[in-house]
Ligand binder design. Structure first.
Ligand code: PMP
Length: 437
């Protein structure tokens, strides 16, 4: 039979039958724990009855109204609600349908704002290596992950990168403010090298996602980055596609450092797996300047459709009603304890890191030297496959620049409870035993 559907690879996967809370079932009846919330998306758990009811209610009214023809009640209500959660002065919301679109929108808003300020020479967007900011060519140009971007290099203008602050690999103390300064100052050096008047923006994930495996910035890093951006007139973009929506134990990841960016990209946990939804959030004065100058030259057909926004609104209501942000913080601590206990028993686990329920562990050949496992061991896919067989889905991306090193994100829905964490820990233990055998 011809298989008409295709994605990245020929990897066979079972058909999904149903999903509820943190659990998913395939059509053969096998149960899985969604230990990575898909790709850190299904933050409030699957099949939440209140979200489904809100979607049904909206479906009976309208599912689509083109944004140039109509505003809709859900899109206005959602924009108002989200702006109540952002730092002051940052409350203009532009809806999109995913993370790459949110990042693209931030890049284009930054550039168009610079044009209104008479700064046409500013176009470079500095990012970090490794990083992931999306699949579209613009987002890929600022993505620091060669295996994904290299084939397309001739088709886009690859942007300057600085190293992500992986203090644990460099033998530095992440709690020492000198470490934060050391890494943040690399941005200043890069700006000076590129020529400050050519640099438009810097983009950073407050807590690293798939590419760095839940990398928490060292003390003082985020604050110093803000200072440097201010000093050189560089716009600061926070990519909160993975961190936003409460996953780190605060609604926005950057709240941990009390730093306000100029632009925010939000998605994943915003639609929480119910609808494709994202947002670019911008400083009021930037939006006013761009609209005054003739309008924002950008837009997506499905942006802000009422069904997606009604679902997004219901997701935010559930996050608040169940205090899922607080639960992410508490369950994150409880899961960290379990991962650290696992690390005690398996020396091959060289690091456990993250914030809230954005958590990861990394396998290493040597915990002291931080030497990675040999690439041909294929540890990242082997362990994921073993856990999958055992009914636990975890998320892996080979790190250290795509060359070697194996980390695994363990990020169950924010609605997870302690007995469920015990189930996750038990399957991880069993999977590690089988992996080492
Ligand atoms: N930014 C970050 C930090 C992400 O983690 C992702 C998705 N993994 C994206 C952007 C792109 O989002 P999407 O896949 O929804 O386009």
């Amino acid at each position: 039979m011809t298989n008409h559907l295709f994605y990245q690879s020929r990897l066979p996967r079972p058909d999904l039958q149903k999903a509820e809370g943190i659990y998913m079932w395939d059509t053969a009846g096998k149960r899985y724990i969604d230990g990575s919330s898909g790709a850190m998306v299904s933050n409030i758990g699957h099949s939440n009855p209140n979200v489904l009811a809100a979607m049904r209610e909206q479906m009976d009214k309208s599912t689509f109204g083109y944004r140039l023809h109509f505003q809709t009640e859900p899109s206005e209500a959602l924009a108002a609600r989200i702006s109540g959660l952002t730092p002051e002065g940052l409350d203009r919301v532009f809806f999109v349908s995913g993370g790459s679109e949110a990042v693209e929108s931030a890049l284009k808003m930054a550039r168009q704002y610079a044009l209104t300020q008479g700064e046409a020479q500013r176009y470079k967007v500095i990012s970090r290596y490794p990083s992931y900011h999306g699949a579209t060519l613009g987002a890929l140009a600022i993505t620091g992950y060669a295996p994904m971007s290299a084939p397309f290099d001739p088709m886009m203008k690859s942007m300057p990168k600085i190293p992500a602050p992986r203090a644990y690999l460099d033998g530095m103390d992440a709690d020492d403010p000198a470490t934060g300064l050391h890494y943040a100052n690399m941005l200043e050096e890069k700006i000076l090298e590129e020529g400050p008047s050519t640099v438009l923006a810097f983009i950073v994930e407050p807590v690293g996602g798939a590419s760095t495996g839940a990398l928490v910035p060292p003390a003082g890093y985020m604050q110093r980055i803000r200072e440097i951006c201010d000093q050189y007139g560089v716009l600061l973009i926070h990519d909160e596609v993975m961190t936003g929506g409460g996953r780190t134990g605060r609604f926005f990841g950057a709240e941990h450092w009390d730093v306000a960016p100029d632009l925010i990209a939000l998605s994943k946990g915003f639609g929480a797996g119910y609808v494709p939804l994202g947002a670019m959030i911008a400083r009021n004065d930037m939006v006013e300047a761009v609209l005054d100058a003739g309008g924002f030259i950008h837009g997506y057909t499905y942006a802000g459709n009422p069904l997606a926004c009604a679902a997004g609104l219901a997701v935010l209501e559930e996050i608040e009603r169940q205090d899922l942000v607080g639960n992410a913080a508490a369950m994150g601590d409880a899961l960290t304890d379990r991962l650290q206990a696992l690390m005690q028993r398996y020396p091959v686990i060289g690091d456990v890191r993250g914030k809230g329920l954005l958590l990861a562990f990394e396998l290493m050949a040597d915990r002291n030297t931080k030497a990675p496992l040999p690439v041909d061991l294929n540890a990242h896919s082997r362990l994921v496959d073993i856990a999958y067989e055992n009914g636990l889905i975890i998320y892996s991306r080979r790190t250290r620049g795509g060359l070697s090193g194996d980390h695994f994100l363990v990020c169950p829905p924010m609605s997870v409870n302690e007995p469920q964490l015990d189930e996750i820990a038990e399957i991880l233990e069993r999977s590690m035993q089988q992996f080492m055998a």
